[in-house]
Design a protein around this ligand. Structure first.
Ligand code: HXC
Length: 401
């Protein structure tokens, strides 16, 4: 006869298996880690405390009462990154394709609420097929609850989304409200409606990858702030990003010991900027030579490359860097670069991160394409963001302004 503890451990072992060994093998076969393996990589070893491990869906329709799997397609809990508290939810594609039921949504909302109450970042790992079809409106109501929490937490705690498989339908909008979206190349895609619906409605034939792959969103649409080679790289980069950020807007960004002398002279910067204003140079070289130990976490490196945004440190203190890139379109400001930089500046302002701006700009991009696209309104977003920001702002004009 098993003791209660043994029975509990047996239940836990069952829950850890999610949708079963066959589906886990299929997940690995696609080059993806499972929901739990991802959490293990993301968090400090042994720090994960799971919540709601045995929650099951409540549906009694379409034969669902016979299919209940503990956890219901999402693993939730808290842990640490570099010893600092974070909250996490990780969609489990092996359980009903990670789809969102009422119970699944309630698990996410609970973790969102805890993160907001306790003032710590929340990281969502997405790999799912959207609303659980069998649940209909109950699932849709769950989305509304999640979006509300995302909105309430905006500017209060950092919210990070990592897309590591399908992210379709209602699942795309929670990441879209968060601060940063990262994707994994080749295995992730993100769209409101998939290729089949697109074909039916517009007669357009398009693949998952061409509709919403990591390259599309990190280079063309700007929906994603970065694309990584695989799950491991994506998760370790999120760990690195967290190292720059405060846990919430109620505390200062972390200060790290720096081995870089703040008085350091960088002689090569004397010759980096060509005297001829038409000759380009790489502003990223200047950034890397300025920040501590040449460590820079770039946000949106492949989108609107005419402006560079990202986090670095000066004397151990996090700063947000915004810089025109003379190497791309002569560093001109256009719709995309204004949107990209405005969003970044507003994030820094919300989280008390000082701004360092390197300016070398010929002005705003002329032409009908830009004017028809709303350059006036999008350009104003950048002006508004700087004017509104109350963090320290330091501007270096490297050549022309
Ligand atoms: C229930 C789902 C599901 C869903 C997948 N599954 N999506 N179950 N609800 N939304 C199940 C499948 O039935 C299957 O179960 C398992 O998950 C794996 O799915 P596959 O299709 O075999 O995987 P794959 O070939 O990799 O395709 C992944 C996929 C596809 C592209 C995501 O599953 C798909 O198109 N799913 C439906 C997407 C969708 O229409 N979602 C709802 C959007 S509406 P078995 O038992 O066979 O393993 C929405 C509301 C928006 O989200 C509201 C906004 C406010």
């Amino acid at each position: 006869m098993k003791t209660i503890l043994e029975q509990l451990e047996q239940r836990r072992a069952g829950a850890r298996l999610g949708g079963g060994e066959k589906r886990i093998a299929s997940q690995h076969g696609k080059g993806k880690l499972t929901a739990r393996e991802r959490i293990d990589v993301l968090l400090d070893e042994g720090s994960f405390e799971e919540t709601d491990m045995f929650v099951e869906h409540r549906s009694t329709q379409f034969g669902m009462e016979a299919q209940r799997i503990p956890g219901d397609g999402v693993v939730t809990g808290r842990g640490t990154i570099g010893g600092r508290l974070v909250y996490v939810f990780s969609k489990d594609f092996t359980v009903f394709g990670g789809s969102l039921s009422g119970a699944h949504a309630a698990k996410i909302v609970k973790i969102q609420t805890m993160a907001l109450t306790n003032g710590a970042p929340i990281i969502g790992l997405f790999d799912a097929g959207g609303a659980r079809i069998q649940e209909g409106v109950e699932a849709l109501a769950g989305y509304a609850d999640i979006f509300l929490q995302n909105t309430l937490a905006s500017g209060v705690i950092p919210q990070i989304s990592v897309i590591m498989g399908p992210c379709a339908g209602g699942d795309v909008y929670s990441p879209a409200i968060t601060d940063f979206i990262f994707m994994v190349k080749d295995t992730s895609y993100m769209y409101v409606t998939g290729p089949d619906v697109v074909k039916t409605v517009t007669n357009e034939v398009v693949t998952h990858e061409d509709l919403g792959g990591a390259r599309v969103h990190s280079q063309k649409s700007g929906v994603a702030d970065g694309a990584f080679e695989n799950d491991l790289e994506a998760l370790s980069e999120v760990r690195r990003l967290i190292g720059f950020l405060p846990l919430s807007n109620r505390e200062k960004p972390p200060v790290r010991d720096s081995y870089d002398d703040p008085e350091r002279d960088e002689a090569s910067l004397d010759t980096l900027v060509p005297a001829n204003p038409n000759q380009p140079y790489d502003i990223k070289e200047l950034i890397l030579k300025t920040v501590d130990e040449a460590e820079f976490f770039e946000i949106g490196p492949d989108f609107a490359k005419n402006i560079v945004t990202g986090f670095g440190r000066l004397d151990g203190q996090t700063v947000g860097v915004v810089a025109n890139q003379p190497q791309v379109l002569a560093g001109v400001l256009d719709i995309d670069s204004s949107r990209k930089a405005a969003r970044f500046v507003r994030f820094c302002d919300a989280f008390d991160i000082p701004l360092v701006t390197f300016v070398d700009v010929p002005g705003f991009m002329p032409g009908t394409r830009q004017e028809y696209g709303g350059l006036i309104k999008h350009g104003a977003k950048l002006l508004f963001a700087y004017a509104e920001a109350t963090v320290p702002k330091l501007t270096v004009i490297t050549r022309k302004a």
